[in-house]
Design a protein around this ligand. Structure first.
Ligand code: AHR
Length: 521
């Protein structure tokens, strides 16, 4: 070949590549390497935790209807909700808030219900709170669903003595005015609540404090909020506020026995706090923005973890992501203060994104609590009178149960980008674990709203793969959701679009879907 022919040949081959990849971009292979033999960290089941605040119909109507309600209940707690929640094995529930916690005086919520005072829920809708759901009812609810309680003490408008007495009332078996009162109210044995938050969002609704002031207050409260095995959690700042985190860690450095956890909150707002969009009416621009804002969480989380590694190199303080999820506009016609939103395939995909991120940071993330349990924000369950709907997010929690207390397997993901309007995001997210029975699970989500993905999973360090089984959550439309009185559109289905050869799994993963594969030797 002479020189000009060779040049022509090079030009021709190059054009072919450009044509093939569409935009002149080298096509990436979607490849995940799972290091099946390198797991060291456990994914705490508490990463699969929940949050129930006195907000809208989360407690009243959602969880609690009172003993006289025609809705079947056990001591006022809805039987249908309890039965449904058991399906997702809820590990821990945070209560009573949220912003409500720093207005809550626990003594208002004990004793005969008809003698409890009513207050105004100033944060959420200005409605009357009759305190019929208090400490006993919350702990009864936790026992009914088999979850660990996590109580948030009032620092904003409460006192250290009030918080200390609450702990004594709930946990002590010594004779004291508090334990006598508990017994008088019908509970002989203490509950032994281990997890206690010392204030909530103390930078904002929890008292608008500076980090220096809060750190001192935290130490003061924690000195009196005490007992064997207590796990106390300090309030974090806003998610990007590294300075708050540094101040708290620095000022508690010589008081390590007083701090076991540090709280981190992150919400996904589609287009931002002031420009939230609807939970069910959205286009691809909204979808992309929701994915992008969810993925930003990982970077924020890692910045806090890096700082914790400096101040706590022994990894003793847990990062407690005790509020997370999608925050959209309320459904038309509902009280804006009640934060009631529907839940679609988009919520399922972002829930999986969040959970993959928490799983993969299990070394430091010891608990996470999605906001919120029932009828509020990215809920597991929605209720209307005596009806109940399980949301797409519920099904992600059900599917991901396999990761509870399993050993995290380090993975490496190489993937195509999800492209929209000239912007790009990594198209696939994944996490993997090995459970106590020796079964492997790989969870994946394809965040691309339109494009299916061919994915190869290389099971490194895995003896011969003998059996594989899959489950998927998706639906024909990205804004499909489950509604009252209608057949479910989004739930868990069997997934079999994969093949296995020599420990390589080849998967054809649909757009906008979440998949979990179970792999056995
Ligand atoms: O989950 C709703 C609210 O969001 C919580 O009450 C508060 O802590 C956060 O700002």
């Amino acid at each position: 070949m002479n020189f000009s022919k060779r040049l022509l040949w090079v030009f021709f081959s190059f054009s072919l590549i450009l044509l093939k990849t569409g935009q002149g971009q080298q096509e990436k292979v979607n490849r995940i390497v799972v290091n099946a033999d390198l797991g060291t960290e456990t994914i705490s089941k508490f990463i699969y935790g929940h949050f129930a605040e006195h907000l809208g119909h989360c407690i009243y109507g959602g969880i609690y209807v009172g003993e006289d309600s025609p809705i079947p209940n056990t001591r006022g707690i809805r039987n249908d909700v309890v039965e449904a929640l058991k399906e997702i094995a809820p590990s821990v529930v945070r209560w009573p808030g949220g912003c409500f916690a720093d207005t809550y005086h626990w003594r208002d919520g004990i004793g005969p219900q008809d003698q409890r005072p009513s207050i105004v829920n100033t944060h959420w809708g200005g409605v009357t709170e009759d305190n019929s759901f208090g400490t006993h009812e919350f702990l009864d609810f936790c026992e009914q669903i088999g979850a660990e309680p996590y109580i948030c003490a009032n620092v904003g408008s409460g006192t250290a003595q009030e918080a200390a007495e609450w702990v004594e009332y709930v946990n002590s078996d010594a004779r004291s005015p508090m334990t006598e009162l508990r017994k008088k109210n019908g509970r002989e044995k203490p509950w032994s609540v281990k997890y206690w938050a010392v204030g909530n969002e103390s930078w904002g609704c929890g008292g608008n404090m500076t980090p220096e002031y809060y750190a001192d207050l935290y130490k003061r409260f924690s000195t009196y909020v005490r007992g064997r095995r207590l796990y106390r959690v300090a309030s974090g700042g806003t998610d990007p506020d590294i300075a708050w985190t540094e101040t708290i860690l620095k000022k508690t450095q010589n008081y390590r026995n007083l701090i076991q956890g540090y709280s981190f909150h992150y919400y996904t707002f589609c287009h931002g706090w002031n420009d939230k969009s609807s939970a069910i009416q959205f286009n691809e621009n909204d979808w992309f923005d929701t994915m992008k804002n969810t993925l930003i969480m990982e970077e924020r989380l890692e910045r806090h973890i890096a700082l914790m590694d400096v101040y706590d190199p022994q990894n003793e303080i847990g990062l407690i992501a005790d509020e997370w999820g999608n925050w959209f506009t309320v459904e038309p016609g509902t009280n804006p203060g009640f934060l009631y939103q529907q839940n679609t395939v988009r919520d399922a995909v972002t829930a999986a994104l969040y959970l993959n991120i928490f799983n993969n940071h299990a070394r430091r993330v010891k608990m996470a609590n999605i906001a919120q349990f029932v009828n509020v924000l990215q809920a597991m369950i929605l209720t209307k009178d005596d009806q109940l709907v399980k949301t797409p997010t519920f099904y992600v929690f059900k599917m991901y149960k396999v990761h509870h207390d399993a050993v995290l397997l380090p993975i490496h993901v190489t993937c195509e980008d999800y492209m929209f309007d000239g912007k790009t995001l990594p198209g696939i997210s994944a996490s993997a674990s090995l459970d106590k029975q020796g079964v492997f699970h790989v969870s994946l989500c394809n965040i691309d709203m339109h494009k299916n993905k061919s994915i190869e999973i290389d099971l490194r360090g895995f003896d011969k793969l003998a059996k594989a089984r899959g489950e998927i959550i998706t639906a024909p439309k990205e804004n499909d959701y489950n509604d009252f009185g209608k057949p479910e559109k989004v739930n868990i289905q069997k997934f079999s679009s994969f093949s296995v050869q020599d420990n390589i799994l080849k998967i054809d993963m649909p757009a906008k879907s979440v998949v979990t594969l179970e792999l056995k030797k």
